[in-house]
Structures are given as C-alpha cells and as structure tokens.
Design a protein around this ligand. Structure first.
Ligand code: GUN
Length: 293
C-alpha cells in the first residue's frame, strides 16, 4: 500500500482564504482590523522564523500584526509589565508569547498573565477548562489544525480507535480531549473517538500504536514511529517538527510508514501550516468577541 499524502499546505491555504473574506466583513462592520501582537524574547533562531511566518500570514489575511521584541536578558517582572500593557490596550485583540522562553523566566506565570479573552494560543487555565468542558472560547492552534485537517480530508474520527503519542499541554493533552468530545470543529463525525494516550513512559509502545485506526504523533523525537508500529491501513498524522542538520523531519519515519498507512501527513507541509491558519482564526474570533461585547 502507498499512502495518500494529506496536503496540509493546500488545506491551510483554503482556510486562510476563508478567513481573509471574514476579515474583510469584520473591517466593514467595525471600521478597524483585528490585531495580533507576538512577544518574542531572546534570539532563538527557530522562534524568529515561526514568529515572522505568523506575521506574514496575518498580513496576507488583512490582520494587523506587531512583533514585540525583547532582549534575552528580560526578567519575568519586565515581561509581565509588557503583558499588562497589551492586556489593557483595546486596539490589541490577540496576544501570544512565543515559546520557549529563556531559562530564568517563569513561563507559567507569564502565560497565566495574558487576558484569557486575548489568549489566542488557548494556553490559559480558563481556556483549557472551557475546552475540556466542551464549550471552547478558542481551541489551541495545533490540535485544532489536526481536527480541521481530518475533517477537510473527510477522515471521520467518530467510532475510531485513536492513539495519541505525546502528552504535552500544547498538543497531546488537547488532542485527547478534542477526539473524545461529543462534537468537534467539524461536528460529531470530527469527535466521538475512543482515545488512548501514550507517552515516553509507555511500555511496548508499538503494541498500543498498532491498535490505532488513527495515529496522532507528537512525541518530539525524530522518526520515532516506524512501519512495524503502524496497523496496515491506518491514518497517520505527524505533528513533530525536528531539525536534523539543516533538514526538518517529523516524529514518523515517513518513507517506511507511507508503505503501510492509508494516509499520512508530510513534514514539512502537513500540520505546520494549519497551526498558523488556526492562529488567524483565533485572532479574528478574539476581535469579534471583544468588539461585539
Ligand atoms: N512554540 C512552539 N509552538 C508554539 C505555539 O503553538 N505557540 C507559542 N506561543 N509558542 C510556540
């Protein structure tokens, strides 16, 4: 079997076009544009690229975007003061602090300081709680991107055995939550799965992953999942981005797994572009909520 390649880039482009149309309507209605501010601390090269890509995507969709750059020597208190200003600025609708933050900064304290109505990453306890209870304000961008990808590729989650590999707060845990809800971004067929979560301490990982109809991998280890760990015909979504020398590779060994899976996402060009599209969605929603209330 040779797997169908799920083209995340093309799907993200469609979503971005849809959002651009909604942003135009927003501007007509409110005579202003949605605005996102990304806070970037230090000079991590990967973070610089990610934030720049987010800025370009905003501009293309008609969303205003600023990058607030701070030196790597910034203290937690200084960063909290910046967030207080952005929280209080009615022209700023969405705020994101690019992670990882330099070591001495207290990441939890910083993320908790973002006004939940402006928390377009959906990392705050309030937004995580709302998602868990099935009444989300925003969904976290990467897990939301995965659900959109499955929905738009007409791959139903309902009734399937879904195995999530990884338990991070940003990807693994929210994916478990979204797949087991009664309804998802694409309705009931985009939810209602039976979900198993594996992680770095799971014994005999392959024995569990081989049960998956849909395998969602976010373990952060290059080429961790090989063909022997995948049931023939499974759908495999690779959420890993690992830099090896100058090349990006996923958490799934694409060459071998694409021989057994029925569908697979590439890296790059799979889930990554959807993450950015969902950030635009959240920024537009944040602006709509703030200007309508
Ligand atoms: N660093 C890696 N992924 C993310 C993300 O989704 N949001 C933020 N703010 N930082 C990240």
């Amino acid at each position: 079997m040779t797997a169908r390649i799920l083209d995340g880039k093309a799907i993200a482009n469609n979503i971005r076009e849809e959002i651009a149309v909604r942003v135009s309507a927003f501007r007509e209605r409110f005579s202003t544009s949605p605005k996102l501010v990304a806070v970037l601390v230090g000079d991590d090269p990967a973070s610089q690229v990610y934030v720049r890509n987010k800025e370009i995507a905003c501009q293309k969709a008609g969303i205003q975007s600023d990058i607030h750059r701070l030196s790597g020597a910034t203290t937690t208190e200084e960063l909290l003061a910046v967030l207080d200003e952005l929280n209080a600025d009615p022209k700023v609708h969405g705020i994101l602090v690019q992670l990882p933050l330099p070591d001495p900064i207290d990441t939890r304290l910083v993320l908790d300081r973002i006004d939940p109505r402006k928390d377009v990453d959906a990392f705050s306890p309030e937004n995580v709680g709302l998602m868990l209870q099935g009444r989300p304000r925003f969904l976290p961008c990467t897990p939301h991107g995965v659900m959109q990808l499955l929905n738009r590729c007409k791959i139903a989650v309902q009734g399937k055995q879904v195995v999530v590999v990884g338990r991070s707060d940003i990807v693994g845990k929210p994916l478990v939550c979204l797949c087991m809800q009664k309804s998802g971004p694409g309705g009931p067929s985009n939810a209602n799965a039976t979900v198993t979560c594996c992680h770095s301490q799971t014994p005999d990982l392959g024995e569990i992953t081989r049960r998956a109809d849909i395998l969602l991998v976010a373990i952060g280890k290059p080429n961790w999942i090989n063909a022997s760990m995948v049931k023939p015909g499974a759908v495999v979504i690779d959420i890993g981005i690992n830099r090896i020398a100058d090349r990006l590779v996923g958490d799934v060994d694409f060459d071998s797994v694409s021989q057994v899976a029925s569908a697979i996402t590439p890296v790059p060009g799979g889930v990554g572009p959807l993450t950015i599209a969902m950030l635009l969605e959240n920024t537009l929603r944040a602006a709509e909520e703030q200007l309508s209330s």
